[in-house]
Design a protein around this ligand. Structure first.
Ligand SMILES: Nc1ncnc2c1ncn2[C@@H]1O[C@H](COP(=O)(O)OP(=O)(O)O)[C@@H](O)[C@H]1O
Ligand SMILES: Cc1cn([C@H]2C[C@H](O)[C@@H](COP(=O)(O)OP(=O)(O)O)O2)c(=O)[nH]c1=O
Length: 217
């Protein structure tokens, strides 16, 4: 059996953490081994410094330096963790290089396709599935402000809208080359998302595992 490396993508506040934890719980209920990755590491001082500066709105780096720091930080982090676990268990993670190319285009004007092509081949392993959580920017923003008092500087409806549009372009309208299948989850409503995740994500993973487990809710 091949384990799945699944990535959750979507704008800030779209529901990645909530849905990732739900997927983890459902896999555990079926006794399927799974690692979830929610936070990126920022353990390499050179990249951590740039990332912290940007998150603190201390923009003292060039767009190229910023893109490089986010990209390499993720690459090192994933190579360490995913490679170690993927032979033993499914890996479900928040964000991959798709976030980087989308955010670096919207925030710093770096061309999506060139940025993606420049490094995508160097990722090992590569995801088997992307789950794109589609939440309207105004709803995501309202959920963010309910959750915390200090939104990040790009967490406003206008910027989240551009990020959302860029995601849709790169996943659906003009898809990046070599993408794995992208499963879209509509997370605009407060109710009913669990059933959608069961149908579109959990069911196929159960099937791949050829298990006799039934989807019980
Ligand atoms: N379908 C939903 N209905 C209502 N609130 C939600 C829904 N999905 C997520 N939330 C809430 O919205 C906030 C942001 O969700 P989160 O999962 O942290 O998003 P992300 O990880 O994408 O930033 C959290 O407070 C979460 O509880
Ligand atoms: C701010 C910023 C984020 N990113 C990437 C890093 C993350 O993968 C993603 C969103 O950043 P962030 O919201 O900080 O991550 P999280 O939602 O996990 O807290 O965009 C860039 O590539 N460049 C940037 O300048």
């Amino acid at each position: 059996m091949e384990n799945i490396f699944l990535i959750l993508e979507g704008i800030d506040g779209s529901g990645k953490t909530t849905i990732r934890k739900y997927i983890y719980r459902r896999l555990q209920e079926a006794a399927l081994e799974c690692l979830t990755i929610g936070q990126h590491s920022w353990t390499i001082p050179k990249y951590a410094e740039v990332i912290n500066n940007i998150r603190n709105k201390n923009i003292i780096h060039t767009p190229e330096e910023i893109a490089e720091a986010f990209k390499l930080d993720k690459k090192v982090h994933y190579e360490r963790t995913v490679r170690k676990h993927i032979l033993e268990r499914h890996v479900i993670a928040d964000r991959f290089t798709y976030s980087d190319v989308v955010y670096n285009y919207v925030l710093w004007g770096i061309d999506v396709l060139n940025n993606y092509k420049a490094h995508i081949d160097s990722y090992n392993p590569q995801p088997n599935y992307i789950v794109f959580i589609d939440t309207p920017p105004d709803i995501a923003f309202n959920r963010i402000v309910k959750r915390k008092t200090n939104p990040k500087f790009w967490e406003n409806t206008e910027t989240l809208s551009s990020i959302s549009q860029t995601y849709k372009k790169t996943f659906f309208d003009d898809p990046l080359p070599g993408l794995p299948p992208v499963i879209r989850i509509d997370n605009s409503g407060n109710e009913g998302w669990q059933k959608v995740v069961d149908d579109l994500v959990i069911g196929p993973i159960y099937n791949i595992n050829n298990s006799q487990v039934h989807l019980e809710r």
